[in-house]
Structures are given as structure tokens and as C-alpha cells.
Design a protein around this ligand. Structure first.
Ligand SMILES: Cc1cc2nc3c(=O)[nH]c(=O)nc-3n(C[C@H](O)[C@H](O)[C@H](O)COP(=O)(O)OP(=O)(O)OC[C@H]3O[C@@H](n4cnc5c(N)ncnc54)[C@H](O)[C@@H]3O)c2cc1C
Length: 473
């Protein structure tokens, strides 16, 4: 990166908001996943959508790649930029622009922190439902790019179900609006296409979301089991009974031990092999009836005890350990590789056994905390990346876990995205032709593939790449 570019960027955002010293850049060399690292050429922090447009237009003129970044809590190495790219950090765009309580809509800038939005609309009796466990830090822009999930997405759907329109700066610097605040727009679902596109189609600069009424009644239940298998089977039994809880989460013994040894201790039984957290919400009468059915199922499935809470403070205490589980795991070792995969719910018991085998094989510490109702696993490996031998075993274990999930009829990501981390696994689930089609869609938005280059679609696995290679041979 040269001084001409630094000066040009500074003219748009002010020199204070251009970071190019080695120490400053190091802050942005990772996201939440410690297995991937890259130092960007320069970091620029626009303060308005207008500045984002000007930046992207400039980078288009000089054909320099760029990567958007929210809070950097991503867990797939998606918000990393290489030395030849400009990292555009959006955390200064943190204004809630409009709230319409009657139509239940809010329009926000991309750097608004997820939890701040629900706090802001709570006095109206409303909430923004998607609640990633990182919600105290992650941004709505990052949630849109990753199509983020969260404990309450089991019943209410992931981010894509809650976004009605987007203002997007395309990689050539032009601005477009996708979707409509009024209702379903005519034509293809371009909002649906953009949500989950992991920063490859441009930068979302304004996001209009759907808000939901807060439920009249909420019941949170904690059940503990002596085997992971019994807890996994209870998950399937609850859903088979026709009940869709607002949330249905599992933590294994290693996770509970980490939580209970930390300042986030929530009173979970440390001798349990697994605990389930089940939340029901809706009209009071319905919640009461469903709670009774769920309690019966849990006990019939082998739960030793079921604790139940309705009052806000008691429920918050039950949730505390789950929401802060990743923070608690931070005490076990310097690094934590959070993995993300999804399997059919019915495959949960078998896959949990397989993860335990992999843990033993590679002599690693793995704690599981996950969205069990969705079959969305998060095996978390605690390690020290300064030890190359351990780091290598972590990579092998991650690969084996992904392979086991694919073999069980699942997929390589449930909510954290492909980013850099899962690139090598994409050909396991998509053939060369499908990967080529994905690349073609990307090029509709970004012909030169300068937006978040090298992520998501493994170019070398695409059919067109093979064609070029054989033509050259
Ligand atoms: C402790 C912890 C718990 C987590 N729990 C969950 C969970 O329950 N569910 C879940 O889904 N995820 C979870 N995550 C992962 C992460 O928080 C989410 O992926 C989140 O959506 C990332 O938001 P961010 O602002 O940090 O984005 P970043 O990490 O900064 O960026 C993520 C991706 O979004 C792109 N991007 C960012 N902003 C924009 C924009 N405005 N326009 C276009 N592209 C953009 C980036 O280029 C990158 O590809 C968790 C992470 C941690 C650390």
C-alpha cells in the first residue's frame, strides 16, 4: 500500500480514521477464530454511508480489493483482509435511524450492535429476534452478511427472515436498494440473495428489519442428563411431539464445568453429562400446557431433574451460563476454535459420540454448546496456538468433525459462514458446476471479484477453472 492511497483515503474520512501502522493493523488481523490470521494493507473507518460510497468508488477506480468488517466477532475468518486489500470497518456507522412501532420496522446503520437494537425498542414492547450469542458485540451488518442465527432462531427463523430491505454500496461504488419497506416487492428475492453473501456482493449501509411483539409469557426450563445420548434423544422427542420451543440448547459436561468455574456460574449441575435449556413463549395458557408436556418428555427421556423459571431475573440466570459459555471457555486455554456444522436432528446422538471419539484420538479438550433444536453443532476446541503440534491436531480434528457431519447428511456450516475457514470443504458438498454457478452469481455484483476476495467459493474447484486449466495444458 502506498502513500498516495493513504492520502486519498484520508481525504474521504479524515486522517484520524486511516490506520496503517503495523501495531494498529495487528488489531484487525483476526476475527473470533484464532486459526486464521492476515494483516490488511490499511484499515479505514468511514463515519457515514456517503463516505462508504466515496471509498468504494475510489477503490473501484484504482481496482484495489476491499473487505467489509463489522465487530470482527465472525467465526470463519470472513472479515480478514490480505496485504493488497483495504479493510473497511463499519463500527462508526452505529445509528438507529428510524423506529416505526406501528408497522414494526426499524432502519439501522450496519454498525449498530445487535443487542442495542432490542434494548432501544423494548419500551415499545417490541424486540429484534435474531440473537446470536455474541449479540452484545456483533453488528447487524455482520449478522446480515453471515445470515446469523441464535438460540431463538429455532422458532422465529434466522436473520434472513427478519430483513425487509437493504441499501447496498455495490463494488463499483454505485448504490442500490434491495427489497421494500412496504412489503413483498415484485421480482426475485434480492434481499434473500444478499443476506448470507459474506461481504462478496458489496457493503450494506442501511438495513431495515422486522420487529416482533414481545411474548405475553415465557418459561425457561433446565434439564440435566447422565448421558449425552439421552439429552440428544430428548431434543428429537420434543420436536416430534409437535412443540417448537423458542429455544432448545444443549451444553455438555465440559462446557458446564467451564461455566461453573467462571464468574458466569449459573448453578448448572457439574456432574451432569449434558444439560438442556428449553424456552417456551406465547400466550400464557398455551405456554403452561406446553411446559407440562415438555417436562414430561424430559423426565421420560431420562432427565434427573427439571428446573423451571418464569420471572425475568430467574430466567436470565438460567440463560447466563449459556450466553457466556464462550467467555467461560476462554479461561481453559489461550485459544478457542469454535466450529460450526449442522446435522439432521435425528443424527445428533451418533454425531455426539463421534465427536467424543475424535476428541480422544487427537488428545484435545472439546466443549460442546449448541443450538440442539436446529441440529446446529458447535464443538469448541481449547488449545494454545503457540504449540505447532497441538495446532496441527486441532486442524485435523476440525476436518474430521466436518467430514463426520457431512457423512451424517449434514453440512459444513449452520450459521458462521464459509469465510476462509471452510473453503476446502466446499467441494465436499457442492460439485464443480454448482461452485461455478455461485461464482457466476458473485460476478453479477462484482465482475472483478474485488469484494472480500478469496473467500467462500474455492475458485480452483469451479468447473470453469478446470476448463481453463485443461485448455492451457
Ligand atoms: C462468543 C461468540 C458467540 C457467537 N454466537 C453466534 C450465534 O449464536 N449465532 C451466529 O450466527 N453467530 C455467532 N457468532 C459469530 C458472529 O458473531 C456472527 O457471525 C456475526 O454475525 C458477525 O458479526 P460481526 O459484526 O462481528 O461481523 P464481522 O466478523 O466483522 O464480519 C463477518 C462477515 O460479514 C461481512 N460484513 C460485515 N459487515 C458488513 C456489511 N455492512 N456489509 C457487507 N458485509 C459485511 C464481513 O466482510 C465478513 O465476511 C458468535 C461469535 C462469538 C465470538
Amino acid at each position: 500500500m502506498n502513500s498516495f492511497l493513504f492520502d486519498a483515503l484520508a481525504r474521504i474520512v479524515g486522517s484520524r480514521w486511516v490506520k496503517h501502522r503495523r501495531g494498529e493493523l495487528a488489531t484487525y488481523s483476526m476475527d473470533g477464530l484464532p486459526t486464521h490470521e492476515a494483516i490488511p494493507g490499511v484499515v479505514v473507518m468511514p463515519g457515514s454511508p456517503h463516505e462508504v460510497r466515496e471509498l468504494v468508488r475510489l477503490l473501484h477506480l484504482i481496482q484495489v480489493p476491499f473487505v467489509a468488517r463489522g465487530a470482527g466477532t465472525g467465526l470463519s475468518g470472513g472479515a480478514l483482509a490480505e496485504e493488497d486489500a483495504v479493510l473497511i470497518t463499519l463500527t462508526r456507522l452505529n445509528r438507529i435511524l428510524r423506529v416505526d412501532g406501528v408497522r414494526r420496522r426499524a432502519s439501522v446503520e450496519p454498525g449498530v450492535v445487535n443487542a442495542r437494537l432490542s434494548e432501544a425498542v423494548a419500551p415499545l414492547g417490541l424486540q429484534y429476534v435474531p440473537d446470536p450469542s455474541s449479540q452484545a458485540a456483533c453488528t447487524i451488518g455482520g449478522n446480515v452478511a453471515e445470515n446469523a442465527g441464535g438460540p431463538h432462531c429455532l422458532k422465529y427463523g434466522v436473520t434472513t427472515n427478519h430483513i425487509v430491505s437493504l441499501e447496498v454500496v455495490l463494488p463499483d461504488g454505485s448504490v442500490t436498494r434491495l427489497g421494500s419497506e412496504q412489503g413483498e416487492p415484485w421480482g426475485p428475492d434480492l434481499v434473500g440473495l444478499f443476506v448470507g453473501s459474506e461481504g462478496m456482493f458489496g457493503i450494506a449501509t442501511e438495513i431495515t428489519v422486522r420487529l416482533e411483539q414481545m411474548p405475553e409469557s415465557v418459561r425457561t426450563m433446565l434439564a440435566d442428563f447422565t448421558t449425552v445420548r439421552a439429552a440428544s434423544e430428548a431434543v428429537s422427542s420434543i420436536i416430534s411431539a409437535g412443540i417448537v420451543p423458542a429455544a432448545l440448547e444443549m451444553m455438555d459436561q465440559a462446557c458446564v464445568a467451564a461455566v461453573e468455574a467462571s464468574i458466569y456460574a449459573a448453578g448448572y449441575p457439574t456432574d451432569a453429562a449434558a444439560v438442556l435449556l428449553v424456552e417456551l413463549d406465547g400466550q400464557s395458557e398455551a405456554v403452561g400446557g406446553e411446559a407440562q408436556t415438555v417436562e414430561n418428555i424430559l423426565l421420560e427421556s431420562g432427565a434427573r431433574a427439571v428446573r423451571s423459571a418464569s420471572a425475568l431475573g430467574d430466567r436470565a440466570r438460567l440463560w447466563q451460563g449459556r450466553k457466556k459459555a464462550f467467555g467461560a471457555m476462554g479461561r481453559i486455554a489461550p485459544d478457542l476454535a469454535v466450529q460450526d456444522a449442522v446435522v439432521p436432528r435425528s443424527a445428533l446422538p451418533g454425531i455426539m459420540d463421534r465427536i467424543e471419539e475424535i476428541r480422544k484420538q487427537y488428545r484435545l479438550t472439546i466443549s460442546n454448546v449448541f443450538h440442539a433444536g436446529d441440529g446446529n453443532l458447535h464443538p469448541n476446541i481449547s488449545f494454545d496456538r503457540r504449540d505447532p503440534a497441538t495446532a496441527a491436531r486441532v486442524q485435523l480434528a476440525c476436518r474430521d468433525i466436518m467430514a463426520a457431519c457431512v457423512a451424517a447428511g449434514g453440512s459444513i456450516t449452520g450459521e458462521h459462514g464459509v469465510g476462509s475457514d471452510k473453503l476446502d470443504y466446499m467441494p465436499w458438498i457442492f460439485d464443480a458446476e454448482t461452485l461455478g454457478a455461485m461464482r457466476a452469481v458473485r460476478r453479477v455484483f462484482d465482475p472483478a471479484e474485488r469484494a472480500n476476495p478469496g473467500k467462500v467459493v474455492p475458485v480452483h474447484a469451479c468447473r470453469e477453472w478446470h476448463a481453463v486449466k485443461s485448455a492451457r495444458a
